[in-house]
Design a protein around this ligand. Structure first.
Ligand code: VGL
Ligand code: ZN
Length: 206
């Protein structure tokens, strides 16, 4: 069985949000158009406590874009974003949430970030998504969302490592592009890892 994974379609990643992904709101119509084609739709939500270790504001003297070590794991620092139970953490108001059957909240551990929908960045703990998908007989994932170069990429590479077949919807993703080209390099890395990259128009015939 196939499932659709909608990655982090939250206000703080949209234009005007705290960590805006350029043109990020352009992917919402793709999510709405594709969701009815799947019997299982899973949405992820970046879900940080106040003072999260990925926030530059939690590290005196540091700014967004700086890199620190959290234990042995490198962490890019971000503006405060997707704080639990704030409007920035809510799904974009244009997203049709009715087809969403399961929500994965990640990044809730104050000490470590979780780009992937499957594992924290230090790999020490799992969100339970792998077990959830397997219990529903899912072996194929179709993935779209934000941001191509962080949470989409991490989710896709983990899914491939767990043995899922993965298709990424290119026009359903947008990148932060801290360094220009990061989004394109992320697609190349996902493809090299075994993901199929398609346009949304190809999804109905998958
Ligand atoms: C993300 C940076 C920090 C993402 C989440 O959704 O790609 N990026 N937190
Ligand atoms: Zn985050």
């Amino acid at each position: 069985m196939k499932a659709l994974i909608l990655v982090d379609l939250q206000n703080d990643f949209m234009p005007g949000g705290a960590l805006p992904v350029p043109d990020g709101d352009a992917v919402v119509p793709f999510a709405n158009a594709l969701s009815p084609l799947f019997s299982l739709v899973v949405a992820t939500q970046d879900w940080h406590p106040r003072g999260h270790a990925s926030f530059a504001s939690s590290h005196p003297g540091k700014s967004p874009g700086d890199v620190v070590l959290l234990g042995d794991t490198e962490q890019v620092l971000w503006p405060d974003h997707c704080v639990q139970n704030t409007p920035g953490a809510s799904f974009h108001s244009g997203l049709d949430v009715v087809p969403i059957g399961h929500v994965v909240r990640k990044g809730a551990d104050p000490r470590i970030d979780s780009y992937s929908a499957f594992f924290d960045n230090d790999r020490a703990s799992s969100t339970g998504l792998d077990a959830f998908l397997r219990s529903h007989g899912v072996s194929e994932l179709v993935v779209l969302g934000l941001a191509t170069d962080y949470c989409v990429k991490a989710t896709v590479l983990d899914a491939l490592g767990l043995g899922f077949g993965v298709t990424v919807v290119r026009d359903g993703c947008r990148a932060v592009d801290v360094v220009p080209g990061d989004g394109e390099r992320a697609f190349a890395a996902m493809e090299a890892g075994g993901a199929r990259i398609v346009e949304a128009a190809a999804v109905p015939s998958l």
